[in-house]
Design a protein around this ligand. Structure first.
Ligand code: SAM
Ligand code: SF4
Length: 373
């Protein structure tokens, strides 16, 4: 039995329940959490029920807004959380009321045990959905395994539909592969398929309509994410400019008169469905931060640190305490401390941080891949 299955079994035994096969998304969360801990809350009354775990810093693309061409100073394998350590964290969080797990990175599908990680989270009592955010290049290889492991949702990042622009932004070939991955995810019937687009003026804003039209016949959500100027790589100098959520919403409303608001997740601050269309269109104000009041997310970096906000430079280490055989209560207390320290919003987080500018470089992490976007 592999390390992940052993840890899941141990968690289930501690919860005094039978191991639940995680083969179907709709069964997730069916097993009750029998040793619940008080929920994870902050001093502003927000409750956190969603964890984003970066499972690697490595990536097979080099998106200009995310990583320099030569990559970053990737940490050695011993510094990155192992699968049983990730499962331990997910298990404790599930006892604290966390219901949703997302694996991100770096590129989560470069991690060879990704299917086991999904199965482990899907089999953890209390976890109701397991998602990955991927650039889609390797999705085809893992799609069936991920589906069988219980993956409920896949977010595929694709900033352009144009092959030449794709190479310009990612510094690699592959637009066809990513488009095929989106089709495959839909054909396989994953309950939630979303396309993440970082929208930038002077680069891909002219493709807004092409992306929104993907929702005409396909049951997917296209999500326009505000570019966050973590500007260690001087993307501004390339002639690319910030497009605000507000301006995107205005353009969408003009394109589709009578467009209706639709239900979405908490980060999908603006979400719509065009009349007669199958899919949805969302705009995520990641930089203008009007979504902070609804924040429900916890971030764990690939090297095992808790982050209570993308805009904070403060981190709380779990890796060494787990390796020193700490108790579940120690892990839970570290999360509680991290979230009691959480500021009201991303602006206050930024102010409270040592960095004067929001720059991943200043805050000791030179790429989103190291934080987990
Ligand atoms: N490699 C995977 C991918 O690209 O989907 C997962 C990690 S990536 C850091 C997660 C998401 O963050 C992607 O949708 C990516 O486009 C987005 N992202 C990365 N850097 C960003 C930035 N500076 N501003 C806004 N979104 C960013
Ligand atoms: Fe890799 Fe995702 Fe960053 Fe692009 S955005 S370099 S795919 S981690």
């Amino acid at each position: 039995m592999d390390a992940v299955s052993q840890t899941v079994m141990k968690l289930n035994q501690e919860n005094k329940v039978e191991h639940m096969p995680a083969d179907q998304g709709q069964h997730l969360g069916a097993a009750p959490v029998l040793n619940p801990l008080p929920p994870l809350q902050d001093r502003f009354g927000r409750t956190f029920d969603y964890v984003r775990v970066a499972v690697t810093e490595k990536c097979n693309l080099r998106c200009t807004y995310c990583m320099p061409e030569e990559g970053v100073d990737f940490q050695g394998r011993d510094k990155i959380l192992k699968s049983d350590e990730i499962m331990r964290i997910v298990g404790v969080l599930a006892r604290m009321g966390i219901k949703k797990v997302r694996y991100t990175g770096g590129e989560p599908l470069v991690r060879k045990d990704i299917v086991d990680l999904v199965a482990g989270a899907a089999g953890t009592p209390g976890i109701k959905s397991v998602h990955v955010t991927t650039n889609g290049l390797l999705f085809d290889r893992y799609a069936q395994g991920l589906r069988d492991a219980g993956l409920t949702g896949v977010n595929i990042s694709l900033d352009t539909l144009d092959a030449e622009k794709f190479v310009r932004i990612t510094r690699r070939e592959g637009v066809d592969k990513v488009q095929n991955s989106i089709r495959r995810a839909l054909d396989m019937g994953f309950p939630r398929v979303k396309v993440n687009i970082v929208l930038m003026r002077g680069f891909n804003e002219d493709e807004l309509g092409a992306f929104t039209e993907m929702t005409r016949d396909q049951r997917l959500t296209v999500r326009f994410i505000e570019f966050m100027p973590f500007d260690a790589h001087q993307i501004w100098e390339s002639g690319v400019h910030f497009a605000s959520a507000e301006s995107l919403v205005n353009q969408i409303e003009k394109m589709y008169p009578g467009i209706q608001s639709a239900p979405g997740t908490r980060t999908e601050h603006h979400i719509f469905q065009a009349p007669g269309y199958q899919g949805k269109i969302a705009v995520i104000p990641a930089f203008t931060r009007s979504l902070c009041g609804n924040c429900s997310r916890i971030r764990v970096t690939a090297d095992g640190n808790i982050r209570n906000c993308l805009y904070s430079d403060k981190e709380y280490s779990l890796r060494e305490m787990i390796r020193d055989n700490c108790s579940d209560d120690d892990i839970a207390s570290t999360f509680r401390k991290a979230f009691m320290d959480k500021e009201k919003d991303g602006f206050d987080s930024k102010k409270a941080s040592s960095a004067h500018q929001v720059s991943v470089k200043d805050i000791g992490r030179v790429s989103m891949t190291q934080i987990g976007g």
